[in-house]
Design a binder for this molecule. Structure first.
Ligand SMILES: Cc1cc2nc3c(=O)[nH]c(=O)nc-3n(C[C@H](O)[C@H](O)[C@H](O)COP(=O)(O)O)c2cc1C
Length: 192
């Protein structure tokens, strides 16, 4: 059966490095037979600043009680095989627009007898990031660490990663044919 992939883009620059990266990941994933949907989180309306820690979603609602664009997006996560975050690095981490979505994954955690269970457990997460700096100094290592902690928290699948540093210009990724090929292969590997 065709894989269902959700690609989440998180740059306010609609034609910048992450936008081009995302389009090549999508191309590769579709070529391998996956059904791909794309959501740009910078276009979502959200009423709340993030997770309000109200615990209205617990013990077992699996849906945030704050209704805005992010509520449905997050509640739908368990319907995908793979979720790909395509993002610039901002201040050594995820941009705020994406972090707001990530924090609201709290509504997909079930707490039982001191343990956490989550329908996210069976979902493959992938992060493809661009940054002005390099692998060591940009914050990319911190993003990878966050994703690995998330994996441990939900007892999930190992995340997949792709990174392009030294994106000094808006069109750095667009001008790097070798990396674009890598991005397509990355997308294709997620779709298989
Ligand atoms: C608000 C802001 C914060 C940034 N913080 C970082 C950072 O911490 N590390 C880094 O390497 N690059 C940083 N950058 C550079 C971007 O990651 C880089 O320009 C990236 O290519 C932008 O992606 P885009 O073209 O998809 O918007 C920052 C850029 C902005 C606008």
């Amino acid at each position: 059966m065709a894989k269902k992939i959700l690609v989440i883009t998180a740059s306010p620059r609609s034609n910048g490095n992450s936008a081009v990266l995302a389009s090549h990941i999508v191309k590769g994933a579709e070529a391998s037979g996956a059904n791909v949907e794309v959501v740009d989180v910078t276009e979502l309306e959200h009423k709340v600043a993030g997770c309000m820690a109200c615990d209205g979603c617990h013990p077992d609602k699996l849906r945030c009680v704050q209704e805005d664009d992010i509520t449905d997006l997050v509640a739908d996560f368990p319907n995908y095989d793979t979720i790909v975050l395509v993002t610039p690095v901002y201040f050594f981490g995820f941009p705020a627009q994406l972090k707001i979505v990530i924090d609201r994954l709290y509504s997909l955690l079930l707490h039982e007898s001191g343990m956490i269970f989550s329908p996210l457990k069976r979902i493959k997460f992938a992060v493809a990031a661009v940054a002005g700096g390099n692998e060591e100094d940009s914050g990319w290592e911190l993003i990878k660490k966050q994703m690995k902690y998330l994996q441990e928290l939900i007892d999930g699948l190992p995340p997949k990663f792709l990174f392009r540093g030294n994106c000094a210009r808006r069109d750095t990724v667009a001008g790097d044919a070798g990396f674009l090929k890598e991005a397509e292969e990355f997308g294709s590997s997620l779709g298989r």
